[in-house]
Design a protein around this ligand. Sequence first.
Ligand SMILES: Nc1nc2c(c(=O)[nH]1)N[C@H]1C(S)=C(S)[C@@H](COP(=O)(O)OP(=O)(O)OC[C@H]3O[C@@H](n4cnc5c(N)ncnc54)[C@H](O)[C@@H]3O)O[C@H]1N2
Ligand code: MOO
Length: 390
Amino acid sequence: MISVFEALTIIDQNTSQLDAVIVPLMQSVGMAIAEDIVAPISLPPFRQSAMDGYAFRHGFGEEFQVVGESKAGDNVEFSLKENEVIRIFTGSRVPNAADTVIMQEHVERSGDQVKILKMPKIGTNVRPVGEQIQQGDVVLRKGTIINAAVIGFLAGLGIADVLVIRKPKISILVTGNELQEPGTLLEPGAVYESNRSMLKAALLAENVDLVFDSHVKDDRESTFEVIREGLQADVLLISGGISVGDYDFVKEALEKNEVEEKFYKVNQKPGKPLWFGKKEETLVFALPGNPASSLTCFLIYALAAIRKMNGSSKIEINLKKGKLKGEYTNVFEKSLFLQCRESGGVLEIYPKQASSMLVSFTMSNAFLFVPNDVKDIHDGDEVMYIPFNL
Ligand SMILES: Nc1nc2c(c(=O)[nH]1)N[C@H]1C(S)=C(S)[C@@H](COP(=O)(O)OP(=O)(O)OC[C@H]3O[C@@H](n4cnc5c(N)ncnc54)[C@H](O)[C@@H]3O)O[C@H]1N2
Ligand code: MOO
């Protein structure tokens, strides 16, 4: 059985960033920029007034006559004499002849006469061309994730389309005769299906396209067929049917579909029977069906691969250092991902940790990571943890 870190390395070696596509700006939210962006124009593109007030030539007294107006959107030029001002507004072009703008609260106006009450320094309230960005500057680096601020900034540069890493296409397949949809009366021997909704919910916050989701009964032929369909994606996530029971057909169906196994079984709890493979460029994660095992394996392995496809860097665990509150003994000789609450670097382990249970997950914000060779951990000991956000 391989270790957690070997599993991550194998996934990393088999995962590549997806190709780049041009999309309209408004469709790019959450996507990673695929090449450095160079400013096509300077910002501001012209000398711009920062205030509503008057534009004038500094150093020629305090009393002026208003001889014109420049409002937002205008592009008028004036040859200002020493005692002349232009009425101006925030965002308007400052005529070349003026070097300073005084805000209107600092003048006294009567008719077309203006008296400056509080003389500003030369250059005040005039935003120079390129004050924010110079044309030709690299303004955003490859890999930047597009958020509302980036959208606003790019739109402000006049950019309407952007080259981004395309979204991974994801298929979800859950297996099991016993699974029944929530909202129906539970039949004897059945359980409510939860992994499909859970994985879909976890993917909502990610930059992906869900292209296929299905439930298949424990049947050899149907499992083969539905996996064949689900492989039309960048990532196929399968839940359940990957253990060694007589009705666990997933491994066999993956092999029959010529998905190459890269590993099966990781020395961890939960999630020991995790299976990972690849067919051409499609990655397949067969997640163990127990709900906590499925979610743990998704968060630690599949999500890291999806994010790498999306433009983030290497796949690795984000291990942080904290202190344990309480005592814990690892009796399993496996690496453990324990659901816990982290606050200020102090970790408290929740009691119900079985693979079949999600109750502690609902209250958790981190995994305490216990390596397989660590047995006893005492109150106040330094521990490693992995924060997560659900
Ligand atoms: N003889 C052995 N038996 C098992 C081993 C083993 O090594 N030898 N490993 C155990 C471990 S560890 C795990 S984890 C499970 C994984 O089994 P499968 O991946 O085959 O999952 P299933 O048998 O299909 O289901 C397990 C469990 O989870 C429930 N389940 C499955 N899918 C869903 C779903 N979509 N929503 C809600 N609940 C689901 C299912 O009803 C079962 O109770 O194997 C152990 N066995
Ligand atoms: O490895 Mo399984 O997920 O513990 O029950």
